[in-house]
Design a protein around this ligand. Sequence first.
Ligand SMILES: Cc1cc2nc3c(=O)[nH]c(=O)nc-3n(C[C@H](O)[C@H](O)[C@H](O)COP(=O)(O)O)c2cc1C
Length: 372
Amino acid sequence: MRFTAKSTLEMRCPITGMRIPLTPEELALIVRAPAAEWREVDECALALGVDAATLADLAERGLLLSDADAPLAQALRDGEARLEAVGWHPDAALYHAASQWQGVIGEEGRRRHDDAAHRERLQQHAATLGPLPPHAWRREDALARSPLPIEPLDDAFATTLRARRTTRHFRTEVALPLADFTRVLYGTFGTLGAETLAPDMVALRRTSASGGGLHPIDAYPLVINVEGLAPGVYHYESDTHALALLQPLARERARALASALTIGQEYFAEAHALVFHVARLDRHHWKYRRHPKAYKAVLLDSGHLSQTFYLLAAERGLGAFYTAAINDADVAALLKLRPQVEIAIGANGVGVPDPSRDLLHLKPVPWAAVAE
Ligand SMILES: Cc1cc2nc3c(=O)[nH]c(=O)nc-3n(C[C@H](O)[C@H](O)[C@H](O)COP(=O)(O)O)c2cc1C
């Protein structure tokens, strides 16, 4: 057996996402430190057989909680209290913290965006990693195989399904009609029904499914160029179908933000509006407290909403996209989200498409299922 990696020891913080290197001796100390209650530092040092300065050093590096005034100590204390109050599953909290981005500019911003460049990149990838596993395959252990009759996908609903696609080029010289924007917003995030299941526990009906009927995801539009709406950041009030203006922005600033918040994917700044999906975990985790699947369910809710958003846009001949590649921490700062309670998951975008410049979308040849 060959080992090429050097082993290192580090702690990963479920609040800040920081990786903190430490020694095996420090780890042994930390696991013996009292975790359930606050202790005086001298008492704690005596019990652990170290001096108070050693404990202060661990606290300064974010390895122990302390009641110091330092910003990191405060952030860790408050963060821990909120994780507990909201009912995060510890594994989910760790993954979430570790996957937060701030000020990231992805490679997308620096790449050439045309078919030839895209294909070249994929060929280089294949040269390094070998071929992509095939798109279709057969289970060798299948007991029998039944060709199925094909139901034609040619009615109005199926035509919309077929028209759904990701758009990355929009007509920046025209405004998106307000009716188009609000139809997509209402059709995706609007409240269509409400049912009180227990005192103060109202389950909602939207056009998408949601784990537990909770619909914890709010829509925060970043309006760039929509008829009758000032560019800026809004919160969509889904019970009354109203937009609350949080921050007006000059149009060019709104465009620049759209690109920066989607890690420099400049083509998304051409959209007429982005809509950030933000989950309120205090609502969701009220039902799914410290649940190992809760985080996954919230992410899946966002996927369901996004597909509905795409379809509503497709039905009107609009362009749409979804991206999970967002600078979540910057979105949180812009929207003034409550840390550990409200989390940004991704963003849809919508606008008037510009097919004349649409170089980036897939152009798959039609495929018809034919039984072998
Ligand atoms: C979860 C998710 C994340 C995505 N992130 C990005 C992204 O960051 N940038 C981008 O250009 N497209 C993104 N897309 C769009 C996909 O690239 C697109 O769906 C895929 O190429 C298939 O094309 P189609 O949607 O036109 O069928 C994302 C789609 C999904 C579902």
